[in-house]
Design a protein around this ligand. Structure first.
Ligand code: PPS
Length: 284
């Protein structure tokens, strides 16, 4: 399949990614105890979490999120430029990643660095990814949702199989330095989830500071913030349809899947996620 960089059987976007760097970060990059890491499979709410954590760090003051692009606040470890910044700038760092468990820097697993892993109903991830990737010039473009649906179930989409990503990272869910959250809980109980993140990160915020975190990390605020909405992406690598802040809702898959697709998806989900307690997945 063309349109990707393949590494260890996983398709990656053709911009910002180099195999040598993927190899190097896995074996050589040192994650420090004081670093904070945000990991998610693409289209699961990664940028929402980045905005939330940035605003928690500034106690709700929006100056930072409104003046610096999200990728220069939280560095993407697997990208060439993100990795360069991480090794050249003094920490502690805020680090983002979409990497699957087995390709993540090994140093994390013996560190005390805190990681937030965010997951989302894979049906919504699929729909969000379809609209996003088809407008990007740096991945293989699906000509229809039917095509993308097949690719997704096979794991032939950027960063590979959702099922493998989740299976890998869920193995860390009992670790005290890993906080597992879902997009669905973030939508349903945003304030409570932000409080949970504050507790996990050891940040004490006043109620009015928390209000500001919620205000500036809201869908509408992020949609209007060009430092967070991906409008700064170079024009030559995307089409005019390219948008990060698309709908920001749960359950949009119901507007796009056929009955047959919904049934086929359920079947694969049951098979691939057998053995995990269903209550882990709040969308079920
Ligand atoms: S990426 O490009 O893979 O890093 O995308 P990611 O940030 O993981 O996910 C993008 C989806 O998250 C939605 N989003 C939000 N929803 C609610 N509130 C806020 N603040 C928010 N910020 C981002 C975004 O709209 C994408 O989902 P869809 O379903 O496409 O709208």
């Amino acid at each position: 399949m063309s349109g990707y960089i393949w590494f260890e059987g996983i398709p990656f976007p053709t911009v910002h990614i180099q195999k040598e760097i993927l190899e190097e970060i896995r074996h050589k990059f040192v994650i420090r105890d004081k670093d904070t890491i945000i990991v998610a499979y693409p289209k699961s709410g990664t940028n929402w979490m980045i905005e939330t954590v940035c605003l928690i760090q500034t106690k709700g003051n929006p100056e930072w999120v409104q003046s610096i692009p999200s990728w220069d606040r939280s560095f993407w470890v697997e990208t060439v430029s993100g990795y360069q910044k991480l090794i050249n700038k003094e920490g502690p760092h805020l680090i983002s990643s979409h990497l699957p468990f087995h390709l993540f820097p090994k140093s994390f697993f013996s560190s005390k660095a805190k990681m937030i892993y965010i997951m989302r109903n894979p049906r919504d991830v699929l729909v969000s990814g379809y609209f996003f990737w088809r407008a990007a010039k740096f991945v293989k473009n699906p000509e229809s949702l039917t095509t993308y649906f097949d690719w997704f179930l096979k794991g032939n989409v950027p960063y590979g199989s959702w099922f493998e990503h989740i299976r890998g990272w869920l193995s860390m869910r009992e670790s005290e330095n890993v906080l597992l959250l879902s997009y669905e809980d973030m939508k349903k109980e945003t304030r409570r989830m932000v409080e949970k993140i504050c507790d996990f990160l050891g940040k004490k915020l006043e109620p009015d500071e928390l209000d500001m975190v919620l205000k500036y990390s809201s869908f509408q605020a992020m949609k209007e913030n060009k430092m967070s909405n991906f409008r700064l992406m170079p024009k030559e690598s995307v089409t005019h349809d390219f948008v990060l802040m698309r709908k920001g809702v749960t359950g949009d898959w119901k507007n796009h899947f056929t009955v047959a697709q919904a049934e086929a998806f359920d079947k694969v989900f049951q098979e691939k996620m057998a053995g995990f307690p269903p209550e882990l997945f709040p969308w079920q």
